[in-house]
Write a protein that binds this ligand. Structure first.
Ligand code: SAM
Length: 298
């Protein structure tokens, strides 16, 4: 098996592929393709690295390696498998391949910014494959969840993943534009998580071919990247628990435009293990007063 990883890595390096869908270099990518194609978990014990492959397995790998190079499709779209927060998800081109840094905060159950025992209702806005909602459901086993998306195609994929993880009874899927997807009046949420589109249109030119296989709806957010984030932030307070509600939102390329505007008490941009600083944690009171400030400034 190891020789196939080595061979795929050399081919990928030669082809100068783009990465960033769970792997960062040709060797990692080759390993991910080989273990996924063989139906093995993401961490294969070293004892198996020397295993010999059957003819059918070798044929399948050769085909996938060529397909990866020719089509520039990221590995998870070829094998229909992605890992997020240690969990396995079905993916296809109807959804973004899950990779949000929110996984790290979910694993820590948003402590110390939230009291986990107080979390009974969670909202995931723009759920895509359902990855954030499913990871939250495991991190907060007593909570019920609502997961929304504007894309009906994405919701079909999310449905597959809820079924796979046995969470259909705990996570309600709803279609619609941001909070418009919710039934009214809504019972407030203790936690809202979201990885919305935030890429400014001007960056389209810089996107590697691999990213062009992902849905447009997952990325593009107007000239400044704030088209979706602006209403998401402005209305969050109305849907959060009035005392302890917390919004956790990945802001990505749009983060620098928000660092200054959304700072001070109630706003935190945690330093993540990955070195990123693009997730905003905002308390309900801070969100509410920011909206009030804006109203008074008119
Ligand atoms: C960056 S992807 C994130 C998917 C998933 N949460 C994840 O982290 O892998 C953004 C998702 O938001 C959805 N979306 C875009 N605009 C939306 C809107 N106005 N309301 C609800 N969902 C939206 C897209 O269809 C896409 O599935």
């Amino acid at each position: 098996m190891g020789d196939w990883v080595r061979y795929a890595a050399s081919r990928f390096a030669e082809a100068d592929l783009g990465y960033g869908h769970g792997t960062e270099d040709p060797l990692d990518e080759a390993y991910a393709l080989v273990v996924s194609a063989l139906g093995l978990g993401p961490e294969l014990p070293a004892a198996h690295h020397a295993s010999r492959l059957l003819l059918g397995e070798r044929q399948r790998l050769r085909k996938l390696i060529e397909e990866r190079i020719e089509t520039r499709r990221p590995v998870p779209y070829l094998t229909h498998e992605a890992y997020f927060a240690g969990l396995r998800f079905y993916v296809d081109e109807r959804v973004l391949i899950p990779r949000s840094p929110l996984a790290e905060l979910i694993a820590a159950r948003f402590e110390p910014w939230l009291e986990p025992l107080a979390v009974r209702r969670i909202l995931d806005l723009g759920t895509g494959s359902g990855a954030l909602a499913v990871a939250c459901a495991f991190a907060f086993p007593d909570a019920s969840l609502v997961a929304t998306d504007i894309s009906e195609d994405a919701l079909e994929v999310a449905r597959i993943n809820l079924r796979r993880h046995g969470l259909e009874a705990r996570i309600e899927l709803r279609g619609g534009d941001l909070y418009g997807a919710l039934s009214h009046p809504t019972v407030p949420f203790d936690l809202i998580v979201s990885n919305p589109p935030y890429v400014p249109l001007a960056l389209r030119r810089t996107f590697p071919p691999e990213h062009r296989h992902e849905p447009d709806l997952a990325f593009w957010a107007g000239d400044d990247g704030l088209n979706v984030l602006r209403p998401l932030l402005a209305e969050a307070h109305a849907h959060l628990h009035p005392q302890h509600g917390l919004l956790a939102v990945e802001c990505g390329d749009a983060a620098p435009a928000l660092w200054e505007q959304l700072s001070g008490e109630g706003f935190v941009w945690p330093d993540l293990e990955s070195g990123r600083r693009d997730v905003l944690l905002a308390g309900v009171a801070a969100l509410r007063s920011r909206v009030e400030e804006r109203v008074h400034a008119r």
